[in-house]
Design a protein around this ligand. Structure first.
Ligand SMILES: N[C@@H](CCC(=O)N[C@@H](CS)C(=O)NCC(=O)O)C(=O)O
Length: 217
């Protein structure tokens, strides 16, 4: 198959792209990259020669000789490349900017500080315990979610931005999945929880769930 997504079942950045690809009903091969086994396959020479950032996901289109990293860039590329599929960004400039800002609140300001290599560094460089690492994640996710909950109070409908699925939902759902893993008390965030539940009723979100992937353990 020409389209490939290299990723890891529990990686929230990979999860974003999986949702987008299923939502757009694109055929693709999912290629697992184990982030922990043998020190992490993302650091292998085979993977890092394709993606020197040594992070997942990496999107590959063999037919077009395209290799892309960064989940938001990949999703926006797919949105533009396949205009006959359901859009993930609206046509109105200001709406697009607001949705990108919401997505970046998650992808730039929450997820990166709770990423695997940050947690590994907290442990190896600062001797952080498992409890301290978990507390770190809960702290930054809650801080981010407090802001998102306020934003949703002004603009959400069934989904983050009105009644259509957008890039914002594609970022929110994997971040909530992470929050649940780290045992964040979601009762504090009723709108986020409601949108998470609404999205997960859709087939594309179900197909993209970590537990539905071939590398899930
Ligand atoms: N900003 C990147 C983030 C990529 C990222 O952080 N990926 C994580 C998994 S969600 C990863 O590969 N971690 C491996 C590591 O930390 O060594 C994107 O959106 O694609």
């Amino acid at each position: 198959m020409s389209l490939k997504l290299h990723g890891y079942w529990r990686s929230s950045a990979t999860y974003r792209v999986r949702i987008a690809m299923h939502y757009k009903q694109l055929d693709f091969d999912y290629v697992p990259v184990h982030l922990v086994k043998d020190g992490g396959e993302q650091k292998s020479s085979a993977y890092s020669s394709m993606n020197p950032s040594m992070l997942v996901p990496t999107f590959v289109d063999d037919d077009a000789d395209i290799v892309l990293n960064q989940s938001l860039a990949i999703v926006e590329y797919l949105d533009e490349k396949y205009p006959d599929t359901p859009p993930l960004l609206p046509s109105h400039t200001l709406d697009r900017a607001r949705i990108r800002a919401f997505a970046q609140d998650i992808a730039c300001d929450i997820q990166p500080i709770t990423n695997l290599r940050i947690l590994q560094s907290l442990q190896s460089d600062y001797d952080a315990s498992s409890e301290q690492k978990q507390a770190w994640c809960v702290k930054w996710i809650e801080k981010g979610f407090n802001a998102l909950e306020k934003r949703l109070a002004t603009r959400s409908g069934k989904y983050c931005y009105g009644y259509d699925v957008t890039l914002a939902d594609i970022c929110l759902v994997p971040q909530v999945y992470n929050a649940l893993r780290f045992k964040v008390d979601m009762q504090q965030f009723p709108l986020i929880q409601k949108i998470y539940d609404n999205c997960n009723e859709l087939e594309a979100f179900q197909k993209a769930m970590p537990e539905a992937q071939i590398d899930a353990i």
